[in-house]
Design a protein around this ligand. Structure first.
Ligand SMILES: Nc1ncnc2c1ncn2[C@@H]1O[C@H](COP(=O)(O)OP(=O)(O)O)[C@@H](O)[C@H]1O
Ligand SMILES: [Mg+2]
Length: 277
């Protein structure tokens, strides 16, 4: 699906406000660390089959938000709804069981293992107690092919020998194989060159066109406008804007990221009030 097509889909979905058709909803979620209020009453809707970009300057609360969604720690207050039902996560396994896969910046791949071993780590296929290498290889190869990942020479090469973009591809393929419904990616292109960035952005689009909800954390506006169907902006722990990407332009997003408000009048489709500082 091309970006313009997916944008069109985004606009025809129900407005985010009532959460209809939304996979994940955060409602008034707050999280503090001692005196530091990392998140203050944030609302966020993540629909399936679309790319939602979560933007914000350093320290805005992006990582805290995704770690909370990933079950790493509980929120202090507020609600998280999954497929319309309230859920409480008591650890990353709870998030995984729902179908949430998070790809952190350090990727959590094992350098000494090869691509197939990494993709199946913890979910190995066995036949009479013995690992079914053939079946795993086939599944890994098919998944990478479906995602149009063609630059990997051998799926039996150790992950340590891969480029940053290829490592991202393996992490995404692992998420696809785990049947993830929501894939969260923290700054997936931060360490990548131009060609690898293009590859990863294409991968993100392909993932969403398969019906997966993708939540991408980024402060690279080129990437955001390349892939996002929806944009949400955090500023000092508050959600200051959210809505379809078509409602935003770069200047507006920069305004929200740097001052929590914008005089340009775009991007309040999500209904969040501007930051009170
Ligand atoms: N484990 C922690 N303990 C204390 N404070 C934290 C912790 N993690 C994040 N914070 C604070 O929460 C705020 C948001 O951080 P973070 O979500 O990492 O920002 P970013 O948007 O750059 O990812 C910052 O003020 C940060 O110092
Ligand atoms: Mg961060």
């Amino acid at each position: 699906m091309s970006t313009s097509e997916s944008r069109a889909t985004g606009q025809s979905l129900p407005a985010a406000g009532n959460g209809a058709g939304t996979l994940l909803q955060l409602r008034q979620l707050s999280k503090s660390f001692g005196p530091v209020r990392a998140l203050t009453k944030i609302d966020l809707d993540v629909p399936p089959g679309l790319v939602t970009a979560l933007c914000g300057d350093n320290g805005a609360g992006k990582s805290v938000a995704i770690k909370t969604i990933s079950g790493l720690w509980p929120a202090d207050s507020g609600e998280m709804l999954w497929e319309g039902k309230p859920v409480r996560l008591h650890g990353p396994r709870d998030a995984e069981a729902l179908g949430i896969t998070t790809i952190y910046q350090d990727l959590a791949l094992c350098d000494n293992l090869d691509i197939v071993q990494n993709m199946f780590l913890g979910h190995e296929t066995r036949r009479r107690l013995v690992l079914d290498e053939e079946k795993m290889e086939l599944a890994a190869r098919e998944t990478l092919r479906d995602l149009h990942v063609t630059t990997v020479r051998s799926i039996r090469q150790p992950v340590a020998s891969l480029s940053g973009g290829q490592r991202q591809s393996v992490a995404v393929a692992k998420a696809v194989m785990s049947q993830a419904k929501l894939v969260i990616m923290d700054e997936p292109t931060a360490a990548l060159g131009v060609a690898q960035t293009t590859m990863v952005l294409n991968l993100i689009k392909r993932l969403s066109s398969r019906g997966v909800a993708v939540l991408v954390i980024s402060h690279n506006l080129n990437d955001v406008f390349e892939v996002a169907d929806r944009i949400a902006v955090l500023y000092l722990g508050r959600m200051v804007a959210s809505g379809p990407a078509s409602e935003f332009d770069r200047a507006t997003v920069v305004d929200y990221m740097t001052s929590g408000t914008s005089g340009r009048g775009a991007g309040n489709g999500g209904g969040s009030a501007p930051a009170e500082i």
